[in-house]
Design a protein around this ligand. Structure first.
Ligand code: IPE
Ligand code: IPE
Ligand code: MG
Length: 239
């Protein structure tokens, strides 16, 4: 159950992005290795998905591994590769049963293990026809890299300079169907974007919470949506 009191069902954000941060600190506080924090984040992710389903959110995008996270110790990077592969293996069936369509944004470069890529493709195919909620996992994702890749694709297709406009770039982002996020939530008390969906979040409402990702639950998502519903979105115009 989750208390949806005070939530206006007609003004639920269509697309919510989550920067799932604070796993390492959650573990450190408990005297555990950082990787235990990542492991504990799995429950938080599944609970956030459940919250999104209850709220009627249609798109949920979670930041799982950034193009900068390769800078971490090799052991942690290796753990994160296996962990993400594991999550897909363990959870794809239940996500599928809940009507969740799993997608990915990010670079499929040589550093991402083949096994993980295979698991990603399998999850994508299995859930491709689902329509309740699209869960996009941003993996080996960087907002700047995404814009560079979009421009490269346009240039490679021979697009003349005067045809490279905002719509053309939008159409060449990793998932052209994905709407811009209405709301982006970042956990762990950090007030920054860290290269998440740079193009797409131009007009997103941002909510920051001190909760560390492994402690994040559906109630926190509902709370963020409550805050979102207090905001006045003007897009540069006047009332
Ligand atoms: C977020 O938690 C998970 C990833 C970036 C993969 P962190 O690992 O960044 O946790 P903190 O920020 O160090 O606490
Ligand atoms: C952002 O968190 C990336 C993910 C959540 C995957 P980081 O922990 O990598 O970001 P910084 O280093 O605090 O900016
Ligand atoms: Mg962090």
């Amino acid at each position: 159950m989750v208390d949806l009191d005070g939530i206006d069902p007609l003004r639920v954000p269509t697309h919510v992005g989550c920067v799932m941060d604070g796993n390492g600190r959650w573990a450190q506080k408990r005297g555990l290795p950082r990787t235990e924090g990542h492991a504990a984040g799995e429950e938080a992710l599944l609970d956030a998905v459940e919250g999104a389903l209850r709220l009627g959110i249609r798109w949920l995008t979670v930041y799982a591994f950034s193009t900068e996270n390769w800078k971490r110790p090799a052991d942690e990077v290796r753990y994160l590769m296996q962990f993400n592969e594991g999550i897909l293996t363990r959870r794809r069936d239940e996500l599928h049963e809940r009507g969740v369509r799993i997608r990915f944004v990010g670079r499929r470069d040589w550093r991402v293990p083949k096994r993980l890529l295979r698991r990603m493709d399998q999850s994508l195919e299995l859930t491709a026809a689902n329509t309740t909620l699209t869960l996009t996992i941003a993996f080996n994702y960087g907002g700047r890299a995404e814009i560079v890749d979009a421009v490269r694709a346009l240039v490679a297709a021979g697009t003349p300079a005067d045809k490279i406009d905002e719509r053309a770039i939008r159409r060449n982002l990793y998932d052209p169907e994905m709407p811009d996020p209405d709301l982006v939530v970042r956990t762990s008390g950090e007030y920054r974007i860290s290269n998440f969906l740079l193009w797409e979040l131009a007009y997103s409402e941002l909510v920051f919470t001190d909760v560390l990702w492994p402690d994040f639950r559906r109630e926190h998502l509902v709370e963020a949506v409550r805050e979102f519903q207090q905001r006045d979105r003007r897009y540069g115009a006047v009332e």
